[in-house]
Design a protein around this ligand. Structure first.
Ligand SMILES: C[S@@+](CC[C@H](N)C(=O)[O-])C[C@H]1O[C@@H](n2cnc3c(N)ncnc32)[C@H](O)[C@@H]1O
Length: 273
């Protein structure tokens, strides 16, 4: 394993914090473990030299490889299931009255896709159960090219889909063999995957009825978290909902949004006046 010198460690921590908001201050060993192979594949033996290459690389590929290795991408279908019950029983009935026929959803920090496909299954199931033809489109974004590649393919192992109820596995997946489950085209066609840094100053102006941004800011420092929360607020339509991870609760002073359920916030029309 290639060891980090103190000044190299400080440089990487600062780079990841400045560029992506990710706090790696206590992750020296993690950086060494996850990056050593990457350095070897580039033919370099020190982190200092690797950072020189990264800064010179105008294609952004070296930076992208480093980010893919240093982000935590842990996720699974139906993670934090209480949110999906709230979505089904409270948020969707309300938004189906106010949204004009099409629900615009953003899954920010989607990792390998389990979260945005879970949302799509809930929305599709809502259509099937209520007969209400609420159309939807989902923008699913992440900073890691590697996870987005898997998300876009929508192919999972039997172990990865084990948290899903059996009838949903039949309804929303094709299974090539007993071990491989491929997300059905009718779900995939409503989802766009995009590589996007949530801290980039160049973000779109699209407005959403519903934003899921769960277990992303948990890895951010305070300043990056504040910047992200402001962006998420601004990207919500009036009356829209923001869902964050249960471990990421926001202080009332930090936001203009109204807490309405655990880790669920609403952009109230009244508060905007
Ligand atoms: C732990 S996963 C959470 C996945 C999913 N939201 C969930 O709750 O299961 C965090 C994801 O956030 C992404 N991420 C971290 N920093 C980011 C940034 N600055 N911009 C966009 N995505 C970021 C990581 O690449 C990772 O895939």
């Amino acid at each position: 394993m290639i060891r980090l010198k103190e000044e190299e460690f400080a440089e990487i921590v600062e780079y990841m914090r400045q560029s992506y908001g990710i706090n790696l201050e206590k992750k020296k060993t993690l950086i060494e473990c996850r990056m050593s192979k990457e350095l070897e594949s580039q033919g370099v033996t020190t982190f200092g030299r690797y950072m020189e290459l990264l800064k010179k690389d105008k294609t952004g590929m070296t930076a992208s490889n480093m980010v893919s290795r240093l982000t935590t991408n842990y996720t699974y279908f139906m993670r934090e299931p209480a949110h999906f019950t709230i979505l089904r029983d409270h948020i969707l009935p309300e938004l189906s009255k106010s949204s004009r026929g099409i629900l615009n959803v953003w899954c920010a920090g989607c990792s390998t896709g389990e979260e945005c496909y879970t949302i799509a299954m809930i929305l599709q199931d809502n259509r099937d159960r209520t007969g209400k033809l609420l159309n939807y489109r989902i923008l699913a974004t992440d900073i890691s090219g590697q996870v987005l590649e898997k998300a876009g393919k929508g192919i999972y192992t039997a172990k990865e889909v084990e948290g899903l109820q059996a009838d949903w596995k039949n309804k929303y997946f094709r299974s090539a063999d007993a071990k491989t489950f491929c997300v059905e085209e009718r779900l995939k066609q409503n989802i766009r995957f995009q590589n996007q840094n949530l801290l980039s100053p160049y973000m779109g102006t699209e407005q959403f009825d519903l934003i899921f941004c769960r277990n992303v800011m948990i890895y951010f420092d305070k300043k990056a978290k504040e910047t992200l929360v402001k962006k998420l607020e601004a990207s919500l339509k009036p009356g829209g909902y923001l869902v964050i991870g249960h471990a990421e609760l926001l202080n009332r002073g930090e936001i203009k949004l109204e807490p309405v359920f655990p880790a669920v916030y609403k952009k109230n029309r009244e508060k905007l006046r």
